[in-house]
Ligand binder design. Sequence first.
Ligand code: FPP
Length: 247
Amino acid sequence: MVAPASKLTPRHIAITMDGNGRWAAARGLARSAGHRAGLTPVRMCIEECARRGVEALTLFAFSSENWGRPAQEVGSLMGLFLEALERELEELHAKGVRLRFIGERRDLPVRLQARFAAAEARTAGNGGLKLQVAVSYGGRWDIIQATQKLAKECSSGALRPEDISEARFAAQLALAGVPPADLLIRTGGEYRVSNFLLWDIAYAELYFSARLWPDFAVADLEEALAFFATRERRFGHTVARHSAAKA
Ligand code: FPP
């Protein structure tokens, strides 16, 4: 049964899953083994978020900058996405998860593009957890692609530049229709945003965990949620508010 989310539960959690390579190196394994081990906490987070009534979960799986990694690592990650999707899709669908991929699709292998589209179509009608997987994604890319769409509308005369509002802009971003991120978790001990969801994390609480991603366990997620529950969220005002949407 899905627990109703309390005001102290984030509506939208975003996670930068960092530390797979170091986890593998510490065991004398190839980096790809670290990425594969990273699937375990991915499953855990999906289950826990669904169970706790979190509305949306966004996972940073492959950044725009990750294309610069050795071809072998990139290839093994693309293979892992394909494999994970083939193995997990029906279970996610049965759990009512609505799956979407955000990022520059054109750069992905054609087979993966087709699988992403099919998985989105299969789960589009689901009313459970909104799960976004960011692949070939960068916050700057997202802002540029939204700007290009609006610029085209302006140049065709359908939109006046002065009518571009925050809401109109947000509607062109990859996460349109998903509430802004309330909590950004980054594992792996780095204190950086690294080009993830720049617009959408404007008022997110930031939580950094030293845990390497493959080791991230339920207790670590609970710690992040406990941290979130202690935050007084003011959204630039003087008194606490629980949601940016109400601000
Ligand atoms: C960053 O760790 C992690 C990645 C670039 C890949 C993340 C992918 C997964 C966890 C696999 C599957 C995900 C889904 C949703 C199917 P790193 O390699 O930069 O680690 P390091 O900082 O220790 O080198």
